[in-house]
Ligand binder design. Structure first.
Ligand code: ZN
Ligand code: ZN
Ligand code: ZN
Length: 257
C-alpha cells in the first residue's frame, strides 16, 4: 500500500495565535507549540507536493517547510484565512515554468475570481501574476494517482468541503457534519478536525462537539485544528483522551492510501 506524508502547515484559527494585541497566557506562551499559523495541510506523495488552502501565512509555511515545488492547490472554501496566500504561488510558477492546477467548488471559484480578479482577467501585465488552471470539484477525483474524496460539511450558514485521502480525513471549518459525510468517514487511521475552543461558536465545532464526533466516527487517532488562543497546547492535551491531541504547526505523519 502506498503512503503519503501529511504535514500540518498551520493549526490556528483565522486570526492566528498569538492573536494581535492579545496578552493572554497562550498568546504570551514561550512554548513553540502554542504558535499557530492559519489552517492548511501539505500532502507529499510520489514526488508531488499538494497543499490544501493557501492561507495568509502560506509564504511563511512554505519557507518553514522548505517547499521546493508546488503541484496543486485544493480549496476547502473561500474564507480569507484559507485563500489569501494565493499570490505567493508565483515563485513556483516561475521555477516550474507552468501553471498550477487549483481544485475548488463552483462557490469557492466565484470567490477566488472576485478576490483575485487580477489573476483571472487575462489583462496583459508587465509584472507577474499567479498562473493557475481551475478545476471544479463535483465529486471524487484523481490527483497524481491519489483519490481525493470531497465531503460536504456545514460551516455556519454555508456548506464547505472537507476531504478524505485513503485513511486520513481533513475537516477544517465546520459546525456540523451531515450523515452522508459521516458515512464516508468510517475506518480512518487519522482524522484532523476543527475544534476552535471550549465555548460554542456558530461557525465552528468546539472541543466537546469534536470529541463527540471522534467518539462516533472512531478514527484510530484524532487531531484538532483551527485552534484559537483559548486552548493552551500542553494544558489542553493533558485533559484530552490519549488518542485525541491538539495538532500543531509542523506535525507530520504517514498515511496509507
Ligand atoms: Zn477558517
Ligand atoms: Zn490571546
Ligand atoms: Zn471558514
Amino acid at each position: 500500500m502506498p503512503s503519503l506524508q501529511l504535514t500540518i502547515l498551520g493549526s490556528g484559527t483565522s486570526m492566528g495565535v498569538p492573536t494581535l494585541g492579545c496578552h493572554c497566557a497562550v498568546c504570551e506562551s514561550a512554548d513553540p507549540l502554542d504558535k499557530r499559523t492559519r489552517p492548511s495541510v501539505l500532502l507529499a506523495y510520489d514526488g508531488r507536493k499538494v497543499v490544501i488552502d493557501t492561507t495568509p501565512d502560506f509564504r511563511q509555511q512554505a519557507m518553514r517547510q522548505r517547499l521546493d515545488r508546488l503541484d496543486a492547490v485544493i480549496y476547502t472554501h473561500g474564507h480569507a484565512d484559507h485563500i489569501l496566500g494565493l499570490d505567493d504561488i508565483r515563485p513556483y510558477n516561475l521555477k516550474q515554468r507552468s501553471v498550477i492546477p487549483i481544485y475548488a467548488s463552483e462557490e469557492t471559484q466565484a470567490i477566488l475570481r472576485r478576490q483575485f480578479a487580477y489573476v483571472f482577467d487575462d489583462a496583459p501585465t508587465p509584472s507577474s501574476v499567479p498562473g493557475v488552471k481551475l478545476h471544479t470539484i463535483d465529486g471524487p477525483f484523481d490527483l497524481f494517482g491519489l483519490r481525493v474524496v470531497p465531503l460536504r460539511v456545514i460551516h455556519g450558514p454555508q456548506t464547505v468541503l472537507g476531504f478524505r485521502f485513503g485513511k486520513v480525513a481533513y475537516l477544517t471549518d465546520f459546525s456540523r457534519v451531515p450523515d452522508e459525510s459521516k458515512a464516508l468517514l468510517q475506518g480512518l487511521d487519522n482524522l484532523i478536525l476543527d475544534a476552535l475552543r471550549y465555548t460554542p461558536h456558530p461557525m465552528h465545532s468546539n472541543v466537546e462537539q469534536s470529541l463527540a464526533l471522534v467518539e462516533e466516527l472512531k478514527p484510530k487517532r484524532a487531531w484538532f485544528t483551527h485552534i484559537c488562543h483559548d486552548l493552551g497546547h500542553a494544558e489542553t492535551n493533558a485533559k484530552l483522551p490519549e488518542h485525541v491531541r491538539l495538532s500543531h504547526d509542523g506535525l507530520a505523519f504517514e498515511v496509507a492510501y
